[in-house]
Design a protein around this ligand. Structure first.
Ligand code: KG4
Ligand code: ZN
Length: 337
């Protein structure tokens, strides 16, 4: 079975062709980062319009790079939610229209399920069951994963998502959007042990996170300290260490609670090298293993949507012709495959 995957939930247009026998055949990605940079964040209406401009050329390009014609496809998978409604509707309209024109089955994919299954695109893919730490710009959660669509959300952020915390803190430090990777770069030249920031919600039981207090702590530290490059790097490092440590403590709890030995990290923040190293160390201590997608599939992309959608199409989960987007969509309401 060969499918076309379309991702347009936020500020990246991602297209991919995935074949369940041959693997990933081709993919294209266009990031709108430059378009939104002047505004310090994603402007939804501009995002929708840019998806409209880019989606068809990118589909053509992906098909050509995969040496695939539309008539070679067996299905279409597009992100149905969660995300920005206008952006989602661009992918849903195009995906649905192609499916209608070519008489193909189509399915709307849950964006976070896409992230969660992204490590399956790698040679060293995890087996079920596992604990997944999903850390993106819009969501942070710990999920008990017993199979595709067999998800139990163990904990989630009660305020900012991990990526949002990175982005907002980066903004406080005067870094441009998107701040997460920029803050990580600055932190790399920071010295350890200059500051000790709080590890929110780790002193009480439970698997929920909170990051907004940490952001305020950083703001107060910036105000009280000298404004030089090394100090800023030290603060960035202390912030990054606090986030990694907090997530690591929660992952450990989730692994102990479930008794599972495999940990998957996915979503934009899983590209963070300090987080990968910290969780790698944790899993070594626990006698388990950590899995994550290659860098380019940590952030939004079409490949993860093609992969997740193909699993559902194969199981006969086909949707009707209506064009639908679902900005809010709890992960644990998905049907099992
Ligand atoms: O999954 P994603 O591409 O989009 C959403 O679904 O939200 O995640 C984007 C988020 C942004 O907040 C970005 O700053 C963060 O992931 N991010 C990082 C890194 N790379 C991306 N955060 C920390 N360190 C990084 N290296
Ligand atoms: Zn995402």
């Amino acid at each position: 079975m060969r499918v076309l995957g379309i991702e347009t939930s936020c500020d990246e247009t991602g297209i991919a062709i995935y074949d369940d026998e041959k693997g990933l055949l081709g993919h294209t990605l266009y990031s709108q980062v430059k378009l939104h940079a002047d505004y310090g964040g994603v402007v939804p209406e501009l995002a929708s319009r840019d998806h409209v401009r880019k989606i068809v050329p990118l589909i053509r390009e992906a098909l050509a790079s995969a040496d695939t014609r539309l008539e070679d496809l067996d299905g279409i998978c597009y992100t149905k939610g969660p995300g920005l409604i206008g952006a989602l509707l661009v992918g849903a309209c195009v995906g649905r229209s192609l499916a209608y024109a070519w008489n193909l089955p189509a399915v709307g994919v849950h964006h976070m399920e896409g992230h969660l299954l992204a490590p399956m695109l790698e040679d060293d893919a995890p087996e079920f069951p596992f604990v997944a730490l999903l850390v993106s710009g819009g969501h942070s959660m710990l999920v008990k994963v017993d199979g595709i669509g067999r998800y139990e959300v163990l904990g989630e952020s009660i305020d900012d998502a991990a990526g949002e915390a990175f982005d907002k803190t980066a903004k406080l430090m005067g870094l441009d959007y998107p701040g997460g990777p920029r803050l990580a770069k600055l932190a790399a030249s920071g010295l350890p042990a200059n500051y000790k920031f709080p590890r929110p919600m780790t002193d009480r039981p439970g698997l929920d996170f909170s990051f907004s207090g940490l952001k305020t702590f950083v703001a107060n530290t910036i105000a009280a300290e000298p404004d030089d490059e090394q100090t800023r790097a030290n603060i960035a490092r202390a912030f990054e260490e606090a986030v990694v440590d907090t997530l690591s403590i929660k992952c450990r709890r989730a692994l102990e609670q479930t008794g599972y030995k495999r940990l998957v990290i996915a979503g934009g923040v899983s590209a963070n090298l300090r987080l990968r190293a910290g969780l790698g160390e944790l899993m070594q201590k626990l006698g388990g293993k950590v899995y994550y997608p290659r860098g380019e599939f940590c952030t939004d992309n079409g490949a993860m949507i093609a992969y997740a959608g193909l699993q559902r199409l194969k199981a006969g989960q086909i949707e009707d012709l209506a064009v639908k987007g679902q900005p809010r969509w709890p992960l644990d309401t998905l049907p099992p495959v």
